[in-house]
Write a protein that binds this ligand. Structure first.
Ligand code: MF3
Ligand code: CO
Ligand code: CO
Length: 270
């Protein structure tokens, strides 16, 4: 693993060169393209395992590598988290039914660079509350991204997300966070989706990380099921998540995982 590029901050956060961003764009583009490709598969009657099989085959066909297959014993090319599953849902025999809300999270490795992104889908037509949850979660990610510029801090990102989510009477999950990435999957810092403005490490041009807020309709507490992966809301309320991989530029940031089809947010005609 080549993780010796650029320099490191006192907080252990790697600073990449602008030329490294090209590699991240390529990896991010493939991950986002695969999330576009599965849109027609997410419908009532389809199993999450079938969606994952499609992703597995497409990663191979593109000559890329799944970052999740073999990661700490995980066996699949995606995490598929339905309804009250917060994250790390394991694809399997579960058939989607009408109204299910679904997060699909894909991380691929292209030329050694990691692209990590997730978004929400709906099987059939969502309920009103589910639709609002998805909208608020999407918008909270975008508000976090808007806070990314050199001189701001990681606390500013978390603060922007938390203030918005709580203003909508929903809650931010504390038990999982975003992370640095680049030529490794998970690197410093932990990118919290809550916090106080002006706290945490200062953002610098060349930092690469994910922002991936999980938002619950009910309380923020989660628990991990006996399979060791599946995280669910303790109160069984619905949960949603969106994730982008981004890099800090001189005056803001670049999103590596933009949807090539412009369908990141699920308010498109299916
Ligand atoms: N892609 C997830 C993230 O956003 C990590 C999944 S790890 C797995 O960090 F093993 F559960 F796939
Ligand atoms: Co991630
Ligand atoms: Co992810």
């Amino acid at each position: 693993m080549d993780d010796t590029r650029g320099r490191m901050t006192k907080d252990g956060i790697r600073i990449y060169e602008q030329s490294d961003f090209a590699g991240m764009h390529k990896a991010g583009h493939l991950a986002a393209q695969l999330l576009d490709e599965v849109i027609p598969l997410v419908k009532p009657g389809v199993t999450t395992g079938e969606i994952d099989s499609y992703i597995t085959d497409r990663v191979v066909a593109e000559g890329a590598t799944s970052a999740t297959i073999g990661y700490k014993g995980y066996k699949h090319a995606s995490c598929i988290s339905v309804n009250h599953v917060v994250c790390h849902g394991i694809p399997g025999d579960k058939r989607l039914k009408s109204g299910d809300i679904v997060n699909i999270d894909i991380t691929v490795i292209v030329d050694g660079w990691f692209g990590d992104t997730s978004r929400m889908y709906v099987a059939g037509k969502p309920g009103r509350k589910a639709e609002r949850l998805i909208q608020v979660t999407h918008d909270s990610l975008m508000k976090g991204i808007e806070a990314v510029r050199p001189g701001n801090t990681f606390g500013d990102i978390g603060h922007a997300i938390q203030v918005y989510v709580e203003s909508q009477r929903m809650s931010v999950v504390r038990d999982f966070c975003g992370h640095g990435l680049g030529r490794v999957f998970h690197a410093p810092p932990n990118v919290l989706h809550y916090g106080r403005a002006g706290t945490g490490p200062v953002l610098e041009e060349g930092m690469i990380f994910t922002i991936e807020p999980m938002v619950n309709l009910g309380r923020p507490e989660t628990k991990v099921l006996n399979d060791g992966w599946t995280a669910v809301t303790r109160d069984k309320t619905l949960s949603a998540q969106f994730e982008h991989s981004i890099g800090v530029t001189a005056d803001g940031c670049e999103i590596f995982t933009l949807s090539p089809a412009g369908r990141f947010h699920p308010t498109y005609p299916v």
